[in-house]
Design a protein around this ligand. Structure first.
Ligand code: AMP
Length: 412
């Protein structure tokens, strides 16, 4: 687990702000679920996923409750829906850390942040389009150009069940040729075998039946509407029949955003899909859901590769240099900050030279300099630091209004 320090931390904050802007413009509202839940909430995600079987940070608390740090937030959102019964459609967005006991590497950590949305209570295929479009719009707002959208449909639950049977028969024919790990996966969830990256499994995966052969008319129509909607919005996509997402709850549309610049083992920036049964399984009424989660780390790696979405400039507007003991710096920084002008200063009554060095290092646009002469005259000296222009004397009473217009000019 890592510390995220400045300037990267400022970038994270800006990242979430952009995401909030995009999804709140579509009526989604923030949910802040707890970091820890009863283990049972997460085991609903699926007994055949590594996230549940191997990677959960679970333990018994002092009340002997079996709890876990959340490995993702969809299950928590569904649990919250069951608990609070909000009116549908319920559109929620979230951001924050999740925990998985994985092997840490570039783009994969034990504590990692995601941003995401979930909508509960709507079957309309146009919602699938909206959800996917919001993901695309977010990447566009970050400045990313090389994100590929992959989509698929798992059909109705019965279609999926027939497909799983067909996959089981297909892979069982591979017998001992299949990797031991995939043979084990096959007994739990044949769909997950399609995710295997092992060389010995590749020929069997290449010849496996595809889901489209099992779609009902309704499922095909739903998927057709999704594709037509994406085309209508000029969102390009590729259909990837191997994109099955292993969780038992997924049905109809599944999708993934893939970073074109990232190595293939870690190139999924995020993904999601339509799911059914999760709310029911947590004790609620039959409720359809759809959502996605995007990884902050991997998306920022993609931004690095494409040279977009740099850390915001941390510079303050003004640095106050006080050579008369520091009481003026105390008053002036407070006045400027209250007026919405960001201001920093130095401490410990340092020399003029040391304070000016601090002013230059701060990246501030202006230094406000006060000494005993200025205090006596009720003025300050204003020195432009970035533009290198002439310094001037400004009456203390006009400082805020003067700085406001100068900053506006400097930023225009
Ligand atoms: P998932 O919840 O497994 O569908 O993952 C969605 C996205 O979250 C992935 O595409 C990654 O961008 C990100 N992600 C998942 N696991 C990790 C991890 N251990 N470290 C960093 N990012 C992760």
């Amino acid at each position: 687990m890592r510390d995220i320090l400045a300037p990267e931390s400022a970038r994270w904050r800006a990242f979430t702000a952009v995401f909030a802007d995009v999804v709140e413009s579509a009526g989604y509202q923030l949910i802040i679920p707890p970091l820890m839940e009863d283990l049972g909430v997460f085991s609903r995600i699926g007994e055949a996923t590594d996230v549940v079987t191997k990677e959960m940070y679970d333990f018994f608390d002092k009340g002997d409750r079996h709890v876990a740090l959340r490995p993702e937030q969809t299950a928590s959102v569904c649990r919250a829906f069951v608990q609070h019964r909000p009116v549908t459609p319920w559109k929620a967005w979230y951001s924050g850390p999740n925990f998985r006991y994985e092997k840490p590497q570039r783009g994969r950590y034990r504590q990692f942040d995601q941003v995401g949305i979930e909508v509960l209570g709507v079957n309309d295929a146009h919602l699938d389009v909206e959800v996917i479009a919001l993901g695309s719009e977010f990447f566009r707002r970050l400045g990313l150009r090389q994100v590929e959208l992959r989509i698929n449909s798992l059909g109705e639950p019965a279609d999926r069940a027939r497909y799983v049977d067909a996959l089981r028969t297909h892979f069982e024919a591979g017998g001992e040729d299949l990797s031991a790990a995939s043979r084990d996966t096959l007994t739990k969830n044949p769909l997950r075998v399609l995710d295997s990256k092992r060389v010995s499994d590749a020929p069997y995966i290449a010849t496996a039946p595809t889901i489209d052969q099992f779609w009902s008319d309704d499922a095909a129509a739903h998927f057709h509407t999704v594709q037509a909607g994406l085309s209508q919005l000029d969102i390009s996509f590729v259909i990837d029949m191997k994109l099955v997402r292993g969780l038992d709850y997924y049905r109809h549309t599944t999708f993934e955003f893939v970073g074109g610049t990232l190595e293939s083992a870690q190139n999924a920036l995020g993904g999601g899909g339509r799911y059914d049964g999760l709310v029911e399984d947590l004790g609620g009424p039959t409720t359809p859901g759809i959502g996605f989660a995007l990884g902050v780390d991997r998306t920022l790696l993609a931004c690095d590769d494409e040279g977009v979405f740099a850390a915001p400039d941390p510079s303050v507007d003004v640095f106050v240099v006080d050579t008369a003991g520091g009481a003026s710096a105390l008053a002036i920084t407070a006045e400027l900050r209250a007026a919405g002008i960001s201001a920093d200063r130095s401490y410990d009554n340092r020399s003029m030279k040391a304070q000016m060095k601090g002013a230059n290092r701060s990246g501030a646009a202006f230094a406000v300099i006060v000494g005993t002469d200025e205090i006596d005259a009720g003025t300050v000296t204003l020195k432009p630091l970035r533009s290198g222009g002439e310094q001037s004397i400004v009456p203390m009473a006009h400082l805020v209004s003067d700085l406001r217009s100068r900053l506006q000019e400097a930023n225009s």
